[in-house]
Design a binder for this molecule. Structure first.
Ligand SMILES: [Zn+2]
Length: 301
């Protein structure tokens, strides 16, 4: 298995990086990975992780729902119920932030294509990229969508998208710097990139520490906060035009985190409702505290 070792901060380039804590992959492998921090910009990242060529097996677990679409188990049933509602919310958000009711959308890491399928039925021209082949096949065969492997990103023409979305995807991409550079080129001058990410400076992240499901190592490589995404955006001549917390994530991530702490489902659900609610209440005072956040990036003029 080839391993990627990071010696310089992938955001600011500082060599002052050091291990911060160890996290376990509770979902698939039960292996431990170390999470590093940059002493310069405070960016948190997984280190010594399996490279693009060997990380596939960490996604193969049937519990990994965004690819397999499994409806087994209560947690997955809740996920699917909430997803139907949040997809509509996401499309409304995209329309509002882009100032358009139709246009061209590229969804990077589109999974089985639920979001772009919804957008397509609302009149958007949609394309997606997805590196997981079984998920891509569902998107193409089940929804008849134009969904290509990840490398296809470099085949699209510059300036050809009004909106590019990455719903909980950027944190998975080994070459995230190259991809955001490419996103800049692919967007029209007034285009928007909509990026949803877990927030490791949220209340629930602080509460669950290394059990926090938002770390999801080694599938999540980069652990952003509102502060570090701002630095990252700036590096590519973007700015954060808008940001908002994603309230459902606080409950879902808390529920998974409680399960990782080996609580039975009833105890986990009760505790997760409480922690999720506290996390959401905290966002009323400081919206940067959301368990997960949506960021809207626009090009600097
Ligand atoms: Zn740094």
């Amino acid at each position: 298995m080839s391993i990627v070792t990071i010696e310089k901060c992938p955001i600011c380039g500082s060599i002052m990086v050091k291990p911060k804590f160890i996290c376990r992959d509770y979902l698939a492998s039960n292996e431990d990975f170390s999470v590093y921090t940059c002493l310069q910009c405070e960016f948190l990242f997984t280190n010594n992780f399996p490279s693009n060529n060997s990380i596939g097996k960490y996604y193969d677990d049937p519990k990994y729902i965004s690819h397999s679409d499994t409806k087994k188990g209560v947690v997955n049933k809740i996920y699917h119920f909430v997803r139907a509602y949040t997809i509509k919310q996401k499309l409304n958000f995209v329309c509002k932030q882009s100032g358009k009711q139709t246009g061209r959308i590229l969804d990077i890491g589109c999974g089985t294509g639920y979001f772009i399928n919804k957008a397509k039925h609302s009149g958007w021209e949609v394309v997606g990229t997805e590196k997981n082949e079984p998920a891509r096949i569902v998107a193409v065969k089940h929804f008849g969508l134009f969904v290509k492997p990840e490398e296809h990103l470099y085949k699209f023409k510059d300036g050809s998208f009004d909106v590019i979305t990455l719903w909980h995807v950027l944190e998975h991409l080994e070459d995230f710097n190259d991809i955001v550079e490419k996103i800049y080129d692919l967007l029209t001058p007034d285009g928007v990139a909509v990026i949803a990410l877990p927030n490791c400076s949220s209340y629930d992240a602080r509460h669950y520490k290394e059990y926090w499901a938002g770390y999801d190592i080694p599938r999540h490589l980069w652990h952003f906060t509102p502060k570090t995404i701002e630095l990252f955006a700036k590096k590519f001549n973007f700015h954060i035009a808008y940001k908002k917390p994603m309230p459902f994530d606080a409950y879902y991530v808390s529920l998974l985190s409680e399960r990782y702490k080996r609580n039975n489902l009833v105890v986990a659900a009760v505790k997760a409702m409480f922690i999720g609610a506290v996390s959401n209440i905290k966002t009323l005072i400081d919206k940067d505290k959301g368990s997960a956040m949506i960021y809207v990036l626009k090009k600097n003029q």
